[in-house]
Ligand binder design. Structure first.
Ligand SMILES: NC(=O)c1ccc[n+]([C@@H]2O[C@H](COP(=O)([O-])OP(=O)(O)OC[C@H]3O[C@@H](n4cnc5c(N)ncnc54)[C@H](OP(=O)(O)O)[C@@H]3O)[C@@H](O)[C@H]2O)c1
Length: 229
């Protein structure tokens, strides 16, 4: 598979290593210089590219999506902080008949965590004495808060509890690895479920899995929809 990487930072570089190790070719990379307005995403630069992977920043990701999908190239997007523009992006992807997979968290462990929280919430909602909550903490460089993963956990709880609202609490400090906790608390006891990221390699592996899956396919998918059950 021929890949293009938009965003050649911590995640972009890890994805490149993982891709080469799996026998893929990285045909094009760009960071912000020369692509401030998406101008590096041309037919020439993306010639023969099967899938483009974006790990950039919330304020530029939608312009990148617009440019890449206009060229008819499939995309995997790991950049977080753009969910308010999801309807617009879905419409672009459908109109241009490309393949697109996004996730706020490509880690396999986190995707299994989502399933466990769905199962836990399906039990606890039958016992009103238990209240759920969501807490997340990340290193000081993470820009968006709450994290995309915390927003997904919020969505899972709100679906299970039919309309109740759950606001995640967020902290940014030091070098904390991404940590998410969902708890259920009652007067008698507390249950907590915590996922702590240990390395970014899991995100890179998941994003690459999504790129392999979407290569040659059309449609708009969240990673959990293509994640093996
Ligand atoms: N979904 C997941 O599983 C997952 C996992 C980890 C991180 N993330 C998200 O992925 C994003 C990137 O994370 P990171 O840790 O790799 O950050 P990072 O190390 O800061 O890398 C971001 C990269 O994007 C580049 N960039 C900024 N604007 C650009 C533009 N217009 N065109 C091309 N490149 C541009 C930056 O270039 P310069 O260096 O030149 O500024 C940098 O190379 C964040 O939104 C983060 O929350 C998601």
């Amino acid at each position: 598979m021929n890949l293009a990487l938009i965003g050649y930072g911590k995640m972009g570089r890890l994805i490149e290593q993982a891709a080469l190790a799996r026998g893929h070719r990285v045909a094009f990379t760009t960071d912000v210089e020369g692509n401030e307005k998406g101008q590096a995403l041309t037919a020439e630069n993306l010639k023969n590219v099967d899938v483009t992977i974006d790990f950039t920043a919330p304020e530029v990701v939608v312009q990148n999506i617009d440019r890449v999908t206009a060229l008819g190239v499939n995309m995997v997007v790991g950049t977080t902080g753009w969910m308010s523009q999801l309807p617009k992006v879905r419409a672009l992807v459908q109109e241009r008949a490309v393949g697109f997979v996004y996730s706020s968290n490509f880690s396999i462990g986190v995707n299994l965590f989502f399933r466990l929280i769905e199962a836990a919430a399906a039990q606890f909602r039958n016992y009103p004495e238990y209240d759920p909550w969501i807490y997340e903490i990340h290193h000081r460089a993470k820009v968006d808060a709450p994290s995309g993963t915390a927003l997904r956990l919020k969505q899972i709880l709100e679906k299970a509890y039919g309309g109740r609202e759950f606001l995640p609490a967020s902290n940014r400090a030091g070098a904390h690895p991404g940590t998410h906790t969902v708890g259920f608390d009652s007067e008698s006891d507390t249950l907590t479920f915590t996922h702590t990221a240990r390395s970014r390699l899991g995100f890179a592996a998941g994003a690459l899995h999504a790129a392999e899956w979407v290569c040659g396919r059309q449609g708009f998918y969240e990673f959990s929809e293509i994640f093996p059950s």
